[in-house]
Design a protein around this ligand. Sequence first.
Ligand code: NAD
Ligand code: ZN
Ligand code: ZN
Length: 349
Amino acid sequence: MYALTFGGKEMIEYSNVSDPQLLQPTDAIVKITMAGICGSDLHVYHGRETGLDHGTVMGHEFTGIVEEAGRDVRKFKKGTRVLSPFTTSCGECFYCRIGLTCRCEKGNLFGWVEKGHGLHGAQSQYIRVPMADSTLLPLSNDLSERKGLLLGDVFSTGYFCADNAGIKPSSVYAVIGCGPVGLMTVIAAKHLGASTLFAIDTIPERLAMAKNFGAVPLNATLVNVKEEILNNTHGRGADGVMEVVGSSATLKLAIDLLRPGGTISSVGVHTAKHFSFSPGEAYDKNLIYKSGRCPAHYYAEKLLRTEVPQRYAIEDIITHQFSLQQGAKAYEVFDKKLDNCIKAVLMTS
Ligand code: NAD
Ligand code: ZN
Ligand code: ZN
């Protein structure tokens, strides 16, 4: 089969690799129909994450059709349309039982093979999915592949971020970063009842989309964001700030925009060694801080039981579509935000 593999810093290769095989009776092989390129893939692409083996199949966002199910797989059979969270989960351990499926004791991230151990990814024609019954979710016919793909990662993550902010209708919120995840956070925060919601970024097209989704856009290069928030909160600051970038600067901005007793909900992946605010600042703000990897299985399953994915045009963030063969170009367009790219997907067959 063909797949996009990691060939080193900024080298994505369209490679002929061996087909995945069932290794355990609980595994399934899924024929991928659509795979996403995610901001998290760029950490690998730019060589900021070290340790990934050359030849690892990239990617962790996908929808597909079950091609082959191991003999102990009960919920899925050949031909079932599925989506997948970006990690596997067992459904039975302490963390799975409390809904923190991203910390499953047996779980792994797709697209991460280090020293020969781990799971290959989804930017490929086929993928092996361990613990298929508790990892995969059925994708009903009334949901498009695009919606299914976003449910497996960025929409669930945006929802998790908004959920952690403890949205109350009369309060004032800000989302920092209007990339794919930030835009999903805007939709989720509006859905959860945020009547006053500011969305902060520096890219006009992304801010325009945040506005379409119901937020008040603030372009950080044109306005003083802090002044705007203070003016709208009787000088107090926002009740909740959702940090969806992953930089020291935006974490510092988050605390600066927050009122005492407010909540920072951060889903940005941070690589800095220290917080960009001090324990004293946190104390003085009576800060509530929530962060972490999204338990995407828990959220996707929960959202699939509602009409939320159907109700909102979450797929509007997918601005670009490429074939698998165009993978290197797709990474370049997504990385450099060429042609106003927000989210890119790969058609794999
Ligand atoms: P992205 O890079 O596409 O979006 C970030 C946005 O923030 C961009 O639009 C950029 O213009 C804006 N931005 C950057 N610095 C800014 C600043 N100082 N002020 C205002 N705006 C600024 O990323 P994404 O795909 O939307 O992902 C966002 C973050 O979420 C990343 O760190 C990603 O790795 C992380 N993520 C986390 C999880 C999780 O489980 N917690 C899941 C998926 C992604
Ligand atoms: Zn992702
Ligand atoms: Zn588990």
